[in-house]
Design a protein around this ligand. Structure first.
Ligand code: MRU
Length: 380
């Protein structure tokens, strides 16, 4: 994706210094574009936990590179010590954020790859190769999500007057910042825009961290996609008045039965969409499916984050300085649930790298018969 005309991914190895991983500190966007170096497993764990990087796909890719850094740091005395250190690093990374299944998936995939080769040199090489494969796959899967999702936008556009935009509502940031490139929910939007189909995006601000207002609005703007930021509670009103043609959101974990965990507030948008006959699509790569989980409402772990995220809000003053300011009474208790679960019955369809399917075990199983091994913990 382009930032001021220069192509970026969200994670990469530093040029000529392959032991350093670089990321964009997303906490500072859109007011500052700062690149950060990651050299240790602790720095990687901090980056995920404190949301320098965030979004299911990018969390997975960062964990993949984190395991490569773990391999570089591990003691080279003997194989057992090396592997013990890798397992410890994997546990540390997995503990950072519980909801996005891509994190566990990437760590387990690295462990399988590393343990399968004999020497320590080969284990480091395979860890690097696997990290790069996870990142490249993520970008490629998102590009293909864009190709499949484009057909949905084209079908709506075909029913409109020439030049009339397709109005798409999205929640949080399931854009390229949430992945390695392209994004999931935004990939069909970028594909339509690039093809000359008029689109307009309603961007939910997405309290408490405002990923919509800060990140989605910024990346759509960088790409020249028409959009408007709306307060979180506006979507239902727009739907009642025919101003939303479709909703596309991302997912942090989707059960093999089609229940979707995504950023808090997604469920309310799905309810409003259902009530107003607005199609509600979820765009996700296969790495976001939990092939072991049947009941999302009961079993998906919902992250609860620091209450300061609710109490405070981050922004830029007129003099250009950025800061957090207190929003609530100083001593009001707060609750900060980061995700909710939208039941499969409210989801019109899932847009994946293999095509679009109903949000049901049957629908998902038809697209992914090779992965649908219910009860299996296999990362592949
Ligand atoms: O808390 P975040 O910013 O990591 O949450 C991100 C979202 O909820 C996205 O919508 C989700 O990851 C789907 S797109 C990868």
């Amino acid at each position: 994706m382009n930032v001021a005309g220069k192509h970026y991914r969200t994670i990469w190895l530093k040029a000529n210094t392959p032991e350093i991983v670089q990321i964009i500190d997303q906490r500072l966007l859109p007011h500052e574009f700062r690149i950060v170096n990651l050299r240790t497993v602790d720095e990687v764990a901090y980056a995920i936990k404190e949301m320098q990087v965030r979004g299911a796909g990018l969390i997975g890719a960062t964990a993949g590179f984190g395991m490569y850094i773990a391999a570089l740091q591990a003691p080279r005395t003997n194989r057992d010590d090396f592997l013990a250190s890798i397992i410890e690093a994997g546990d540390k990374l997995k503990a950072t954020r519980p909801t996005a299944v891509n994190l566990e998936w990437a760590v387990e995939r690295q462990k399988h790859a590393i343990v399968a080769v004999p020497s320590i040199t080969e284990m480091i090489d395979i860890a690097l190769h696997t990290a790069q494969t996870i990142a490249n796959e993520d970008a490629d899967f998102c590009r293909r999500i864009g190709e499949h999702g484009l057909s949905l936008i084209e079908a709506i556009a075909a029913k409109k007057q020439p030049g009339e935009p397709v109005n798409i509502l999205t929640h949080c940031n399931a854009g390229w910042l949430a992945f390695v490139d392209y994004g999931s929910a935004t990939a069909p939007i970028y594909a339509a825009h690039d093809k000359g189909i008029p689109v307009h995006v309603w961007v939910d601000e997405t309290r408490p961290r405002n990923q919509g207002a800060r990140l989605t609005a910024w990346e759509l703007g960088q790409h020249g996609v028409p959009h408007a930021v709306i307060a979180d509670n506006v979507g239902g009103h727009l739907m009642q008045h025919g101003q939303v043609d479709m909703v596309i959101v991302g997912s942090d974990r989707t059960t093999y039965t089609g229940d979707v965990a995504n950023k808090i507030g997604t469920y309310l948008k799905a309810l409003a969409a259902h009530d107003n006959d607005v199609p509600f699509y979820v765009a996700l790569p296969s790495s976001t499916f939990d092939w072991t989980m049947q009941d999302g409402l009961r079993d998906i772990p919902i992250e609860q984050r620091n209450g300061e995220e609710v109490r405070q809000i981050y922004g830029r003053r007129e003099n250009g300085e950025t800061d957090y300011v207190l929003l609530t009474p100083e001593d009001s208790p707060v609750a900060n649930y980061a995700f909710d679960v939208t039941p499969a019955r409210l989801v019109t369809g899932l847009i994946t790298e293999r095509g679009i399917c109903p949000a049901s075990a049957e629908g998902i199983g038809q697209l992914f018969p090779d992965k649908m091994r219910v009860g299996s913990k296999s990362p592949h």
